[in-house]
Design a protein around this ligand. Sequence first.
Ligand code: SF4
Length: 95
Amino acid sequence: MVCTILKEEIDCVFMTRQGCTYNGGHCDPVVEACEGCSHIKEVDGDYYCTTSANPAAKWNIGLCNYATHVEKESPVVAQAKINPLKAAKRAAAGR
Ligand code: SF4
């Protein structure tokens, strides 16, 4: 349901007809690590995240997965498994 409290025009899973069901009835403000992210929105002088109700939790176990201002490491590309027997045959055949 669309938030009518802080993040107007943003669809939020915590919003219900009875109001915001998130802890305290509204989102938590962004944390220092969020500085520079394009998901920050100012509401009445406070700054909130448009993708997370609890920005501090997004940084608890490393980089926030929605952050736009930090360089993320690319996942390790799995190397193709090479069958040594087939590789030897290919080499013998000159392919
Ligand atoms: S997306 Fe992550 S880094 Fe950006 S404001 Fe939200 S919690 Fe902070």
